[in-house]
Design a protein around this ligand. Structure first.
Ligand code: NAI
Ligand code: A1CAB
Length: 274
């Protein structure tokens, strides 16, 4: 039976799982969460771990809820939306997409038009409630819809509204993909520490706690990153030797180019999956 307060997840993969975990830990009743997922082991795990309603049919899950979370890959989004269009036209749900690159206009068109669509970009720390999500609302979304989308995503961490949809690809490249950049840095630091002779377990412990400690200083001290860096960097000391090496190697330009390429890939995903 359809309930306006229920949520349907179309696709029950990694991000859906993170968001579902967040919703349940914030008090959403498992019975109010419906998930459609074609892979039976993923379905079974969601039912076992969270007690949510699971099934293989997207329309069945969607028919049960006033809020749809489209959590499939960009490559299958068009087919998924077109199959749900008749239901979208009769039920007029609030539709939240988490897909990289897929625009609100595309979702609108595939769902038959006139549907309230919120395009969002969460990230994987959502699993711990420590994520951040950029949100863009189409014109059809009213204040209550914006509030509902923000509450949904706030179970995964912080939320940031983006007024210009063209900027959503930059959000994807910054915070959506961003955790991977930090993981890459962790890999590289660990490898380097081992190369300097540290045992692997010590290298990992030192690197992980350094990243955690630095992230806490960034978020809790109120100081800008450049000032925090300055305080670690004694003149003529070890940090200066390392930072000068990063700068000489074009570290900032490399980061800028990486984020520019990720932004461009977001635009390409939109065109490739139209
Ligand atoms: N992984 C990440 O860090 C982030 C991913 N995203 C976006 O989230 C979306 C999902 O990504 P992940 O969870 O990483 O991928 P995933 O592959 O883990 O999840 C997608 C799920 O959709 C299911 N699926 C495939 N075809 C389906 C269909 N026709 N109907 C219903 N379900 C279907 C798959 O079996 C899979 O379990 C993507 O659009 C991605 O761009 C957004 C933010 C961050
Ligand atoms: O790599 C991707 O396309 C997705 C979107 C942001 C993070 N993962």
């Amino acid at each position: 039976m359809s309930s306006q307060s229920s949520v349907a997840f179309i696709g029950g993969g990694n991000m859906a799982r993170s968001l579902i975990g967040g919703l349940i830990s914030r008090g959403t009743a498992p019975g109010d969460i419906h998930v459609s997922e074609p892979v039976d082991v993923l379905r079974d795990a969601l039912a076992a771990d969270f007690g949510v309603q699971v099934g293989a049919d997207n329309a069945t899950a969607a028919a049960a809820a006033g809020l749809w979370v489209l959590a499939v890959k960009p490559q299958v989004m068009r087919a998924v939306c077109e199959a749900l269009a008749p239901l979208a036209q009769t039920n007029r749900p609030l539709v939240v997409s988490i897909a990289a690159g897929i625009t609100a206009a595309q979702l609108q068109r595939w769902l038959g038009g006139g549907v309230a669509v919120v395009r969002t970009m969460p990230n994987t720390p959502a699993l711990l409630g420590a994520g951040v999500t950029g949100l863009f609302a189409s014109d059809e979304v009213d204040a209550a819809g914006r509030e509902r989308a923000a509450v949904l995503l706030s179970s995964a961490g912080r939320t940031v509204w983006i007024d210009d949809e063209a900027k959503m690809d930059a959000v994807t490249a910054t915070s959506g993909s961003g955790p991977a950049y930090i993981f890459l840095l962790a890999e590289a630091m660990e490898d380097a520490a081992i190369a300097e002779g540290l045992p692997a377990d010590a290298a990992r412990a030192l690197v992980l706690q350094t990243i955690l400690g630095a992230a806490r200083m960034l978020t809790e001290s109120g100081e800008p990153p450049a000032e925090l860096r300055r305080r670690v960097t004694s003149p003529g000391g070890t940090t200066q030797a390392a930072v000068e090496t990063f700068e000489a190697g074009g570290f900032r330009a490399l980061v800028a180019q990486a984020i520019a390429n990720a932004t461009e890939r977001g635009r390409q995903l939109s065109a490739a999956n139209d």
